[in-house]
Unconditional design. Structure first.
Length: 41
């Protein structure tokens, strides 16, 4: 199946933590939410 959305090898640094080599693939028809500590996303 062809992904509707795909990220590969993403990195980001913040003062308190960092993300390294994060990958995400969402197939067509799947729904995902990214929600932060305060619920704002």
């Amino acid at each position: 199946m062809t992904p509707a959305f795909s990220l590969a090898g993403i990195s980001k640094r913040y003062p308190d933590f960092s993300l390294r080599d994060v990958s995400l693939t969402l197939p067509e028809g799947q729904v995902m939410g990214l929600v932060g500590v305060n619920g704002a996303g």
